[in-house]
Design a protein around this ligand. Structure first.
Ligand code: SF4
Length: 242
């Protein structure tokens, strides 16, 4: 029976991987055999959820940088407080600003499909950004905005304590790794994100932002993102499609 389930899973995941490379995506209906969520006791999960909501409340009231007065909604981030994977992008776009949720526009739909191709669901991970409010016209974040906003994400990472952070795009990767290297230099290998004194470093994989992938939807770029995600799955002990 167990072997039968595994074969079915491998066949489904292979189909989704093929779908990824052909430009379409399928959505998995069943969870992977190994949990993508951290096993924690109910009390601890409740405590983390309460603390994360406190951070989200602060974000929604925040006016620490100029973006606070320009937003429709702040976008604190969302997902499981027991997530082993945190996806971190650059900042909200127009759709995210309108809904107060991360990655819900076209780039978000592509991220959903990448997550599904990994055999996961959105509820299995946490998704957020460096900036919690939308820069006008989707311009690049300014250094003072990043400096003001980054502590919120740092607290979220500390609370969730993921096994892997996936930095989506150059801005997220360079900010979290405090480096000026390009995304081309950073992607494809694991780095270490330092959450602070007393906290063990968290593995960080940088890959292309889904918005960039949409603009440059070449087989090579899809292959690079997929290779990066396969390394993340392997690191977590989750099934890796061959
Ligand atoms: S971008 Fe961040 S620091 Fe600036 S107002 Fe929004 S939540 Fe506050």
């Amino acid at each position: 029976m167990g072997k039968e389930v595994d074969i079915n899973r491998v066949v489904r995941q292979h189909a989704e991987m093929e779908d990824f490379f052909s430009g379409g995506f399928a959505v998995r209906k069943e969870p992977p055999a190994v949990s993508p969520l951290r096993v924690v006791d109910a009390e601890q999960a409740k405590r983390v959820a309460i603390e994360l909501e406190k951070v989200a409340d602060e974000v929604r009231r925040c006016r620490q940088c100029g973006l606070g007065s320009l937003r429709t909604n702040a976008v604190p981030g969302e997902g499981s407080c027991n997530a082993r994977i945190m996806f971190v992008g650059e900042g909200p776009g127009a759709d995210e600003d309108a809904q107060g949720r991360p990655f819900v526009g076209r780039a978000g739909q592509l991220l959903d499909k990448i997550i599904a191709a990994c055999g996961l669901k959105r509820e299995d991970v946490w998704i957020g950004n460096i900036l919690k409010c939308r820069p006008p016209g989707n311009r690049d974040p300014k250094p003072d905005e990043v400096t003001s906003c980054l502590p919120y994400l740092q607290r979220q990472i500390e609370l969730i304590n993921p096994d892997v952070i996936v930095a989506l795009g150059a801005h997220a990767a360079k900010t979290l790794l405090d480096t000026t290297k390009s995304i081309g230099q950073l992607r494809g290998i694991f780095h270490e994100y330092y959450a602070g004194i007393g906290h063990p470093p968290v593995k960080l994989m940088a890959t292309y932002h889904p918005a960039y992938l949409l603009r440059s939807y070449s087989p090579d770029n899809r292959r690079r993102v997929w290779d990066d995600m396969k390394k993340v799955l392997a690191e977590l002990g989750l099934p890796v499609p061959q």
